[in-house]
Every structure is written in structure tokens, then in C-alpha cells.
Write a protein that binds this ligand. Structure first.
Ligand code: ATP
Length: 464
């Protein structure tokens, strides 16, 4: 490889030719740490705001047993063969996952039972619970992002690829999905987004939140149990990522438990699938409900499943993967651009203390140096937004619920001038609003308070 100005090579011996897997951002490679001889996976991404967001999200979620660990990040100028000049890249040093992707591994398994499926589900659910407990939605939950640590039978499964992960603070507006893993409200969001782009006014903002992860989990569990996806196209050769019939099925939640594969599957397992593939996000099972469901907490039946047989059909799996790829390329709508200052010009003192500019101009963070901490008072503000956006159906007076959440937020953010101003503008009397308030507008106003907090957040990269 030519012209690599790479401080990572001071510490790691990177095997640029060995590819563990390839995603849209390129191949993931193996590297050996010179000082310990330990192997790691290296994901290389162009240094762009989106990549920095990925690093930040992954850093926050790392450290859980069901999440692939991110150990350190290098920022180096690299020139790969075929490129006319070097480009600034982030090199993510990840825990090496040597046991393969979820469905590939299962397709090789003999004697895969419902009990195995439940145990597998529990591990994935624990990863998702970890993210959701921090108000982070993964937004790209799919089998390719669930990796086994090693080839042993007891190997844990871990979640990787935080490329689409985002704080679920009411601003998860970007529809990110793949054909078989798309939830109804994402389709709705996409529909609204299209309408917005064609300038037809709409007063309701479209949203995309943690419940999408739950939908994706439902699809993954469905496939674990029978081997094929719940929603599939009637026209598999169609070049459209999601054709009309598939879209209709997703929107109406139409899927079947065909007797041949599902006849012997327990009702508890079917109950989980039904509650996750529920069209209405308000009715959909939450991650807490899932981890407490008897299918996962009690021993599931030892019934042999047919799924590995279906999964070992390469053509099917390839078709699915191709559809995913095409879809990812076509359907992803860019997030709102975030302007990021070059790290060198960041003036945040914490950041300056943490950054370590290597001889070659590379920037290197280590896990103990740069933990990213959410602002402690942010949670109460997010709670207000959540209550505004998703009032519980059975509640007669959602505004009263919001007011209670605001009382907590005020206590925890007593110094916040933006909050005081917003409350004054909405005739807050110190206890409640004197008039009826448009909750969706209020959610957006609270979003600006969260954004104002982010300037004092301990970001790895300074926001402009
Ligand atoms: N830590 C790891 N250990 C081993 N293999 C890995 C690791 N991380 C990723 N891979 C492999 O590389 C593939 C691509 O990784 P990843 O999904 O992170 O990249 P991406 O470019 O963001 O992909 P996508 O196209 O899914 O968005 C994974 O599907 C997996 O096969």
C-alpha cells in the first residue's frame, strides 16, 4: 500500500489483505497489537461527520458484553491502491469477532432448536436493551450486524455497526431501513419525507424511534424460527427495493405462520413475534417487555427447527443481501448535516486535553482517555419530548403528564436559560401551563434545549 501516513502502524501490524467482511464503508481487516500479540478487527471509514457520529455512538455503547467493543480510534491519512491521493480516515480498533455472522452460523448448525432461538434472542435483546436504556436507537438491526465472538458452542453474540445509531431524542427522522427489516412507521416516515420534499405541507413531523429496532427484532426472531422473512416480495426480480405488494404487507402487518414451519413452534414464541411485528408502534412490545417475556425467561421447548435448512440456501441469502445493498444505496436519506470542526482547531479544553497528536499528524484516542458522557440533565428533557410525542393512548389529559415531566426537568435544569425562556413563552406558571399547549411544537422546542446542552457535552469531536 502506497503513501500510508499511519500512526496506527506504530502500534498495530495491520493485515491489509485479510478481509473479515465488507460493508458499504469498505472491508474490515485484521490487525495484531505489537505490544501484546492480540488480534483485533480494524474498520476503516472516511473521516466524515457521519463516521464521527458512528464512532461517538459506538463509543457510548461499547463495554456491554453483547456489544462489540471499540477500543480505540486513530485518525490517519491513508492512500489505498487506485486512489490518486491520500484521504483522512478513521480507523476503529474493534474486538475481533471470529465466529461469523448470525444466520451464516445458524445455517451450519445441526439440531437448532426453539430453545437455541430463545437463547440467541435473549442475547440480541440484551444488546438492544443496553442501547435503549441510553436512549440510543441502532436503526440498522440486521443479521449481518450480529456477530459471534468465536466458533465455540458457547460463543456470545454481539451487536456491531453503529453507522446509523442515533440519540432517540425525538429527532430520529431519517428513515433508515432494509427491505425485510423495515417497520410501518419508517415507511410512513419515508412517505412524509417524500411529500415534504415535493413541498406539500404537512403539520405532523415524521418520526423514527426505538420501536423500529423492536420491529427489526421481530423480523430477526421470525427468521430464526422458520428460516425466511415474514414479508417478502411477490416479484423477487423487481429492481425496486420494496415493491408495492411488499410495502402493502408491511404497512398492514400481513404475514403468516405457515403450518409447515410453524406448526410445532410454541405459542409463546408466536406471541413474541406478534407483539413485535405489531403495526402500531404504541402497541408494540418494548425491549423491557421482551426481556421479561416468559419465552425468554423460562425454558423454551426443545423442538427442532427447520430454519438452518432454509438459511443454507445460498441463492435466497444472496438475493436478500443484494436487495439490502441496493436498497441501502437508494433509500438512505442523508441525515441533517452536522458541521464538525477539524479536531485540531477544537478549543474545548477537555477535548484538547484528550487529543493526542502523533508525530505524523495522526490523532489517537484510547478508551480510558475519552469516555463520552451524556449530559446528566438531558434525560429529563428527553422524557418531556417523549411524553409530548408519544402520549399514552389511555390518558385523557396528556398535557398533565407532560407538565409533570417538565416539573422534573425544571428541577434538574434550573440554570438553563433556554428552558426558562421556552417555558415563559408557553405561559408556564411554575407548576403547569395556563393554556393548552401544542405538544408536538413543544417537543421541537425542547429539542433545541437538548441541542444547546450538546455544546457543553463531552464530545469526542467538537460540534460547530
Ligand atoms: N469486529 C468485527 N470482527 C469481525 N468481523 C467484523 C467485525 N466488524 C465487522 N465485521 C464484518 O465486516 C462486515 C461489515 O462491517 P460493518 O457492518 O461494521 O460495516 P459497514 O460498512 O458499516 O456495513 P453496512 O454495509 O452493513 O452498513 C460485517 O458484516 C462483518 O461481517
Amino acid at each position: 500500500m502506497a503513501n500510508v501516513v499511519a500512526s496506527i502502524t506504530d502500534e498495530y501490524d495491520v493485515n491489509w489483505n485479510q478481509k473479515l467482511g465488507t460493508g458499504i464503508s469498505g472491508p474490515v481487516r485484521v490487525a495484531t497489537k505489537r505490544s501484546t500479540g492480540e488480534n483485533f478487527a480494524i474498520k476503516v471509514v472516511l473521516d466524515r461527520p457521519k463516521a464521527r457520529q458512528e464512532v461517538q455512538m459506538h463509543w457510548m455503547c461499547s463495554g456491554h458484553p453483547q456489544v462489540v467493543s471499540l477500543f480505540e480510534v486513530f485518525r490517519n491519512e491513508l492512500q489505498f491502491p487506485g486512489e490518486s491521493e491520500s484521504q483522512c480516515r478513521l480507523l476503529l480498533v474493534l474486538e475481533l469477532m471470529d465466529g461469523g455472522e448470525l444466520f451464516y452460523r445458524i445455517s451450519k448448525q445441526h439440531g437448532f432448536t426453539e430453545r437455541h432461538a430463545a437463547a440467541t434472542t435473549m442475547q440480541i435483546a440484551l444488546a438492544v436493551r443496553h442501547l435503549h436504556s441510553m436512549n440510543i436507537a441502532h436503526r440498522d438491526l440486521k443479521p449481518e450486524n450480529l456477530l459471534y465472538k468465536n466458533s465455540s458452542e458457547e460463543s456470545p453474540i454481539k451487536l456491531c455497526d453503529f453507522g446509523f445509531a442515533k440519540h432517540d431524542n425525538g429527532d430520529l427522522m431519517t428513515p433508515q431501513f432494509t427491505p425485510y427489516y423495515v417497520s410501518p412507521q419508517v415507511l410512513e416516515a419515508q412517505r412524509r419525507h417524500r411529500r415534504d420534499r415535493t413541498s406539500v405541507a404537512t403539520s405532523t413531523p415524521y418520526t423514527y424511534d426505538k420501536s423500529c429496532d423492536m420491529w427489526s427484532l421481530g423480523v430477526i426472531i421470525y427468521i430464526l424460527l422458520c428460516g425466511y422473512p415474514p414479508f417478502y416480495s411477490e416479484h423477487p426480480t423487481s429492481r425496486r427495493a420494496i415493491d408495492r405488494s411488499m410495502r402493502r404487507k408491511i404497512m398492514s402487518g400481513t404475514y403468516q405462520f405457515a403450518d409447515r414451519e410453524w406448526g410445532r413452534v410454541s405459542n409463546r414464541a408466536k406471541d413474541v413475534v406478534k407483539k413485535l411485528l405489531c403495526v402500531d408502534p404504541h402497541e408494540r412490545m418494548t425491549i423491557e417487555e421482551l426481556v421479561q417475556h416468559p419465552w425468554l425467561t423460562e425454558e423454551a421447548p426443545d423442538t427442532l427447527l427447520q430454519s438452518p435448512v432454509y438459511m443454507s440456501n445460498k441463492a435466497n441469502m444472496q438475493e436478500t443481501a443484494l436487495l439490502h445493498d441496493g436498497h441501502l444505496k437508494k433509500m438512505r436519506i442523508p441525515d441533517r448535516p452536522t458541521n464538525l470542526k477539524p479536531i485540531e482547531s477544537a478549543i474545548n479544553p477537555i477535548l484538547c486535553k484528550r487529543k493526542e497528536i502523533s508525530r505524523q499528524g495522526g490523532i489517537h484516542f484510547t478508551a480510558h482517555e475519552a469516555p463520552i458522557v451524556d449530559h446528566p440533565s438531558a434525560k429529563s428533557l428527553r422524557d418531556v419530548i417523549a411524553k409530548c410525542m408519544y402520549p399514552k393512548r389511555e390518558i385523557d389529559n396528556p398535557q398533565a403528564e407532560v407538565e409533570t415531566a417538565i416539573q422534573v426537568a425544571v428541577k434538574e435544569n434550573s440554570e438553563n436559560k433556554v428552558l426558562t425562556q421556552i417555558l415563559e413563552e408557553n405561559s408556564w406558571n411554575g407548576d403547569k401551563f395556563d393554556t393548552d399547549v401544542e405538544l408536538m411544537d413543544l417537543a421541537h422546542q425542547f429539542k433545541t434545549i437538548l441541542e444547546s446542552l450538546s455544546t457543553t457535552k463531552l464530545y469526542m469531536y467538537a460540534k460547530e
